[in-house]
Ligand binder design. Sequence first.
Ligand code: MG
Ligand code: ZN
Length: 379
Amino acid sequence: MKIISILTSLLLVLSFQSVHAQSKTFEGTESVYQNQTFYEVKDFPQKFKAKKPKNVILMIGDGMGVAQVFAGATANRGQLYLNNFKHLGYSRTQSANRYVTDSGAGGTAIAVGHKANNSSVGVDSNGNPVPSIITVAQKNNLATGIVVTTSLLDATPADFVAHVPSRKMMPEIAKAFVASDLEVFIGGGIEHFQNREDGRDLLAELTEKGYQVCDTITEVTKIKSGKLAGFLREGRISQRGDQLERTTAVALDILDDHKNGFFLMVEASEIDGGGHDNDMQYTVEEMLDFDQTIGKVLEFAAKDGETLVVITADHETGGLTLVNGNMETGEVTGRFTTGGHTGIMVPVFAYGPGAEMFTGIGENTSFFQKFIKVLRLNP
Ligand code: MG
Ligand code: ZN
């Protein structure tokens, strides 16, 4: 009897260990960042003149998990514009066919309200095209815009205007932008609008459609109204400077002229790049650039009183955690556990009329219906 019970407990211990298999070799990359440039953060009012929003500004930090946000907070000595947000939640990012999503499926779920397979753009899990919130907003006479720091043809922005089985189909996605009827779009990717294999000159087509086509930040920032196709540099902040903040202001200037309201999507595309590179400087600089753009957007929304601001991510990148930091000096040490994306929930922040709808834990597909409901759109 005794032997049997010893054997049984041994078996239990063995099976327990197999279920809870773990390795104690710490792999991954440790990376330190010491911030040098700090900024003051303003407090914005929490009372709004309207109960329901007329405008929505959706801001996506590609690859922005909670660790990325808090790395930014630590680097800026505890202060972020994000600290103004009182309505918080989490978004679950799993795609139709993978636990860990890519930006194609992650952005598609946010844009069209359906889970999609990884790599796909603006289609459901069967590959059928589904209208995005941008299309629905346009049908309801709202003005629309997209501003990004990477190529406009990259997965996240593409998810809002194109319907293709693969995010690699950039020449196809460029055509979708020409057909999109956006009032304003600003980002990289001009190479797919000219010298095309199909012989079409998409820049000429945009001009014909009434767009002001610009390819420098100086030109873009001169535009105050009308339709704008702005083609700018993509890549890291060291190459593009405060471009996101300035181009977002241009988009708001243009969209604000439209009395029926607007839907604007702004993407801080490169937080993802910092995660893929396991690089804290890259990650934090992009995070703080995003936060300062959020500051500009909050300034607009607080003054306007009828604008809802919703901030989230399509997924986390890098499996980042923070193993050391100093709130006085702005130094922060991160440890990355992967060069790819991860499956953890990502944060949601909402400010303005209707913000209370964006709390709790939801699937990434729930944004679409919430935008329709809060803006009272006819789907
Ligand atoms: Mg992206
Ligand atoms: Zn990525």
